[in-house]
Design a protein around this ligand. Structure first.
Ligand code: ATP
Ligand code: LTN
Length: 337
């Protein structure tokens, strides 16, 4: 069966170990094989229209888009196997986003926990932050996506996407594939280093709460050495009772490929100091080749070319869906052909 994979990351800050372990690493693993028989498609998007739901500095935003695209390539996304592009380069996203705002209800959007968290305590909230899930649904549905790899925090948005697709299909006739969500058993929710009850996030005001993919080895060592732990000294996996250490164990396991049991055995009786040092070295050596590739790619001018080609490919597919959508909804004069 042919699979179409779609996912996106916001250029809203520096990519964290959470984004990498929960999302990017999966993107790489899911890329279709380059073979004549494979008809699978993968689209990986830089969702800049989502990033402006909170204020952004225009010059920084443009830089971050190119930074993120370079990182996509540096972690192993291959433009021959996946379509890499920037959301706002394909205007169909905004168009379908609007139409789906006219399918979504205020009530269901108000229940989104990401909206509640991001708007909490804010004096002024942009309308786009509220309607954001309709744009996310548009991103996914434009490509007739069957599978969406994301971290845990996006599951609710995926449920809404499925509801909107079903509702549209019922009201206007079969138009969209209803997508499935794909989350990892382990790594779908990497927690903050300063507070294991909060997810690691690139827009957290405290930089000590996260490891960024481009942090220097010394920064990584410092951040892990300051990471909160639990009251006893045992390196044991117990997410309910020892949330902080369990989070570090998940990071250790995902960056080395060692099982959590093997890591616990290796640090048996050794305490947190040695464990955090070992973890920092594991992360440093995992990230070093990615950082080296990133530096080469970012300065090569290759990214702009990849993104241009990606946007042309994406726009062709998106336009096919849009034509059907306009027809079904009864939009336009019909003169576009
Ligand atoms: P922001 O803080 O700006 O909301 P973010 O760090 O939450 O950003 P996104 O761009 O919203 O990152 O997410 C990109 C992808 O990374 C999504 O699939 C998301 O689910 C995943 N992701 C984000 N944070 C984590 C985390 N801590 N653990 C696992 N996956 C994560
Ligand atoms: N909402 C997501 C980013 C995002 C996305 C998407 C993820 C926008 N559009 C489509 C998967 C598919 C987030 O905040 N992480």
């Amino acid at each position: 069966m042919t699979r179409t994979i779609f996912s996106g990351i916001q250029p809203s800050g520096q990519i964290t170990l959470g984004n990498y372990l929960g999302a990017l690493k999966q993107f790489v693993a899911l890329q279709p094989q380059v073979s004549d028989s494979s008809t699978d498609q993968a689209y990986y998007c830089i969702v800049d229209l989502h990033a402006i739901t909170v204020p952004q500095d225009p010059r920084e935003l443009r830089e971050r888009i190119l930074d993120l695209a370079s990182l996509y390539l540096a972690v192993g996304l291959d433009p021959k196997r996946s379509t890499l592009f920037v959301q706002s380069d394909v205007s169909a996203h905004s168009e379908l986003g609007w139409i789906l705002q006219c399918v979504a209800h205020m009530g269901e959007l108000s229940r989104m926990t990401q909206y509640k968290e991001k708007s909490e305590g804010k004096e002024s909230i942009l309308t786009g932050l509220f309607t954001y899930p309709a744009l996310m649904a548009a991103d996914i549905l434009l490509y007739q996506t069957s599978l969406v790899p994301v971290g845990d925090d996006q599951k609710q948005h995926l449920e809404l996407t499925r509801d909107l697709a079903d509702r549209f299909n019922m009201r206007f006739g079969e138009t969209f594939t209803v997508p499935e969500v794909l989350t990892l058993k382990q790594g779908a929710r990497i927690m903050s280093l300063d507070d294991p009850t909060k997810k690691m996030s690139k827009s957290n005001p405290n930089p000590q709460s996260r490891v960024e993919l481009l942090d220097s080895p010394d920064e990584i060592r410092k951040k892990f050495s300051r990471a909160v732990t639990d009251s006893d000294r045992a390196v044991r996996f117990d997410p309910a009772g020892k949330a902080a250490v369990s989070n570090l164990l998940v990071i250790y396991s995902l960056t080395t490929g060692q099982t959590i049991d093997d890591i616990c055995t290796a640090y048996d009786g050794k305490g947190y100091g040695d464990f955090k040092k070992g973890l920092a070295e594991a992360v440093v050596s995992h990230l070093q080749p990615i950082q080296a590739r990133y530096r080469d790619i970012r300065s090569s001018g290759e990214v702009e070319r990849v993104l241009h080609e990606g946007s042309l490919r994406a726009a062709t597919v998106a336009e096919r869906t849009m034509k059907r959508v306009r027809e079904r909804v009864g939009l336009g004069s019909g003169s576009r052909g």
